[in-house]
Design a protein around this ligand. Structure first.
Ligand SMILES: [Zn+2]
Length: 414
């Protein structure tokens, strides 16, 4: 919670002309097992030698101070300074992003190079920070649908002076929201939430408890600017319809894309939605290196090297298109109900595929038709057959155009 966070949110609100509602939760407000913290401001922070040579200064880079650092002013020994001077674990020329929201302490951040050059016995530290009552702000853009059933898109905005994590998720979310607002009214209502990580989601959810039963699924967005394929992380309930739909649709949208179970790609706000008492299946989409990579999730992660240079607008555009494609699949994820009995007389309807010319197409057509029984969604059929969602949809739409199937939104027993 800071003035700069608020400024960023108000500026982003302008991108969707008046469509963003800003919810405010005051300091101290209970949010389930959490409470809203104080607003934090940093007026000044620097490190100097005793003869006044300034070594680091937050005026030069905002990451030079630990986020939520306590104020501190005084002369410290080299040893004491090193206990409070943080460096990046693997990037010697980068300033790390360090936060101490709940383990209160003072701290500065510097490059490994600067830390290695500290040879004097004592230094002067000045950290002028303030903790005051404020409000935690969550931006919400609602795209009304025909149904009150809600699908949530979420991105966090609490990482100072960094781009890939976390501004890219916000940018992609806003782009998708704009496209949804310009398109014909969708079936589901969509809510894009822009918030500070974790506490923002807990504050929003704990103050919208009546909305939770209407939430049918969600997608968390971040790290979408790096030069890596899309990685889709499943929800806590991997058999859910959003999981089945997105996993099968990703195959049709990014052939290099891959998916992994809950918590196996990266942890973010989807944790709060998937958690006990909420259990909204929320997946996440990002572009990150595999978990076993030494530079996971990407080289410049949580450092001053996470700059606009590592992100391209082409990749952001491609990610926005991919997210839009996932939403399009979600809109089409209906139960397919048969209007026919027995196997369809394909030649009679002009939809037969000659197995001598296209054996694969022939087999797929019959495998898909066999599963159009009112018990399965498009995603269920795609997952069962291990083929892209879009391939199933194409066949199902052909059958619908011949009046052979119809669609319903609810499971057969409801
Ligand atoms: Zn982060």
């Amino acid at each position: 919670m800071s003035d700069d966070y608020d400024r960023a949110l108000y500026r982003l609100a302008q991108e969707v002309d008046g469509r963003m509602v800003i919810h405010e939760y005051p300091t101290g407000e209970p949010c389930w097992t959490w409470r809203v913290p104080e607003k934090w401001s940093c007026d000044e922070a620097y490190l100097e030698t005793l003869d006044g040579r300034r070594l680091i200064d937050v005026a030069q880079h905002p990451l030079h101070v630990v986020s939520y650092s306590l104020p501190y002013e005084g002369q410290v020994s080299r040893q004491e300074l090193l206990e409070h001077l943080h460096v990046h674990p693997r990037l010697p020329t980068a300033i790390p992003f360090v936060f101490k929201y709940y383990q209160r302490d003072w701290g500065l951040c510097a490059t490994q190079e600067l830390r290695d050059s500290l040879k004097e016995e004592a230094y002067r530290v000045v950290i002028r920070t303030r903790f005051e009552p404020g409000t935690l702000k969550v931006g919400e853009v609602i795209i009304p649908g025909q149904s009150e059933e809600t699908f949530v898109l979420a991105a966090h905005l609490c990482h100072p002076a960094m781009v890939n994590d976390d501004l890219t998720g916000v940018v992609v979310g806003l782009q998708v929201a704009k496209e949804l607002l310009a398109a014909p009214k969708p079936y589901y209502t969509y809510r894009l939430l822009i918030l500070p990580e974790t506490i923002g989601s807990v504050a929003y959810l704990s103050h919208h408890e009546t909305l939770i039963p209407k939430m049918v699924g969600g997608l968390f967005l971040e790290m979408l600017g790096a030069d890596l394929p899309h990685s889709l992380q499943g929800s806590f309930t991997p058999d859910s319809q959003p999981d089945r739909c997105f996993v099968s649709a990703l195959a049709g949208l990014d052939p290099q894309g891959y998916h992994a179970p809950d918590r196996k790609i990266i942890h973010n706000d989807e944790r709060q939605f998937n958690a006990p008492g909420v259990r909204v299946p929320m997946l996440s989409i990002s572009r990150v290196e595999p978990r076993e990579s030494p530079t996971w999730p990407y080289l410049e992660y949580h450092s001053s090297l996470d700059t606009p240079e590592i992100v391209t607008s082409e990749r952001l555009q491609a990610s926005a298109q991919l997210v839009y494609g996932l939403i399009q699949a979600w809109e089409r994820n209906v139960y397919v109900v048969n209007n026919f009995k027995g196997e369809i007389f394909c030649s009679g309807y002009g939809i037969w595929i000659d197995y001598r010319v296209n054996p694969e197409g022939h087999r797929r057509l019959f495998e898909i038709m066999e599963r159009c029984d009112g018990q399965r969604t498009v995603a269920d059929i795609a997952v069962e057959l291990n083929i892209p969602f879009q391939a199933v949809w194409e066949v199902v739409e052909t059958l619908a155009s011949k009046g052979l199937v119809w669609y319903r939104r609810t499971p057969p027993d409801s």
